[in-house]
Ligand binder design. Structure first.
Ligand code: CU
Length: 78
């Protein structure tokens, strides 16, 4: 199994509570190892198994009322 590092753009986060919500959603997804959400830069960086895609992660975040788009993805050495 390959580990990947994917960056998502996340629009609509206005405070730390939003940041935590997005982080909780991503962290709870099967295959996600680590999610860190940056409120100021409107981005989330996720380390995850290649069984989950950037689109799936963006969809999960978007379902909670934010606007997420996969931006880049690369193999990660862990
Ligand atoms: Cu908020």
């Amino acid at each position: 199994m390959t580990t990947r590092r994917t960056t998502l753009g996340v629009q609509g986060m206005t405070c730390n509570h939003c940041r935590e919500t997005v982080q909780t959603i991503l962290s709870a997804m099967p295959g996600v190892e680590k999610a860190s959400v940056d409120l100021e830069n409107a981005r989330a960086e996720v380390v995850h198994a290649d069984t989950v895609t950037g689109t799936q992660m963006a969809d999960a975040v978007s379902n909670a009322g934010f606007e997420a788009t996969p931006e880049s993805s690369a193999d990660a050495d862990t």
